[in-house]
Write a protein that binds this ligand. Structure first.
Ligand SMILES: Nc1ncnc2c1ncn2[C@@H]1O[C@H](COP(=O)(O)OP(=O)(O)O)[C@@H](O)[C@H]1O
Ligand SMILES: CC(=O)N[C@@H](CCC(=O)OP(=O)(O)O)C(=O)O
Length: 290
């Protein structure tokens, strides 16, 4: 645990998300003497860069509706270039403008986020479930909190993104929401804010007015029937964070002014799991539950 209460903010990769607004809000929290760790994705930037470089992209949709990027070696290179080479420097520059001492990291630094590559993943293609192999993405197994704790303790704001590192010390693509959840749980965060391109979890994904102020999700399996694609994965990440002892998880709009402040004031959706699990987040390294 850091000595101050920790807020983990995850900035989604939808280009409409107001990264500058998130950084300005983080600066405010830091001035209020709170510890903040920022995690970012960058699906929009990955897609844009892949298009510029001519690297074809493919989305895998699992039978439970969760979608992830198929990551072949060229795509992994694009993911790293986009996240560590474009999105992160922009966030660091924005935080620097507000005099926030931010430090950019990927999960590979000091082997902070260790992941196991999925040798084969199930994907629905034309209504049939097939096994897709040679995918360089995986699931986080362990968080080494040594580096982020040291930085937080010294007053820095770590800015963390995929990739993680596998057992052979190779880069492995992981979902940024689940990376945020794993870090929040391992660091004993008070709250995790997942800021995205939707106003919260919608009862009807096609009706932006159907935001649910709170949602009870199933402790296993598909968390909620209304959530598709990236939102289904976000709810899995929320569940992992709560099961790992994070005090509260909110999924909220990153596109509105002052997104962090408004979320802390109650905007978006608070996620609960229907069966509580006992928190256990005291060790320096901990297993992430599957
Ligand atoms: N029930 C739902 N409520 C809100 N958004 C949903 C829902 N189902 C699917 N979505 C989609 O999920 C998206 C969020 O996932 P994603 O794009 O992966 O976010 P991020 O890039 O922030 O991680 C929303 O912008 C929306 O298009
Ligand atoms: C395995 C996997 O899908 N990794 C993600 C990592 C980036 C991410 O999660 O970005 P968002 O937060 O914008 O969704 C990807 O390649 O898109």
């Amino acid at each position: 645990m850091t000595s101050k209460p920790l807020t983990v903010v995850k900035c989604g990769g939808n280009p409409a998300v107001d990264a500058a607004g998130i950084c300005a809000d983080i600066a405010r929290l830091v001035r209020e003497d709170r510890s903040v760790l920022l995690v970012h994705g960058g699906s929009g930037e990955i897609g844009r860069l892949a298009g510029r470089l001519g690297v074809p992209q493919r989305t895998l949709v699992a039978p439970d509706n969760v979608s992830t990027r198929y990551t072949d070696p060229d795509t992994l290179e694009v993911v790293i270039l986009a996240l560590a080479g474009a999105v992160k420097p922009r966030l660091i520059a924005e935080l620097a403008r507000h005099r926030v001492p931010a430090v950019g990291l990927t999960g590979m630094d000091c082997r902070m986020l260790r992941a196991q590559r999925k040798s084969a993943v199930r994907s629905v293609v034309d209504g049939r479930t097939v096994l897709v192999r040679n995918n360089l993405s995986g699931r986080i197994t362990t968080v080494d909190t040594g580096l982020p704790r040291t930085l937080l303790h010294a007053g820095y704001v770590p800015v963390v993104s995929p990739p993680a590192i596998d057992e052979h010390d190779q880069a492995v693509n992981v979902d940024a929401d689940r990376a945020a959840a794993a870090l929040a749980a391992a660091l004993g965060a008070e709250e995790l804010l997942l800021l995205t391109g939707a106003p919260g979890v919608l009862a009807d994904p096609d009706d932006p007015g159907s935001v649910q102020s709170s949602i009870q999700i199933s402790p296993t399996g598909a968390p909620d029937p209304s959530a598709r694609g990236g939102m289904a994965l976000k709810l899995i990440a929320a569940r992992e964070a709560l099961a790992g002892g994070v005090g509260s998880v909110r999924i909220a709009d990153g596109r509105i002014p002052e997104p962090v402040s408004r979320t802390l004031a109650g905007a978006g959706t608070t996620v609960h799991i229907s069966r509580a699990e006992s928190p256990n987040h005291s060790s320096r390294e901990r297993e992430i539950r599957r």
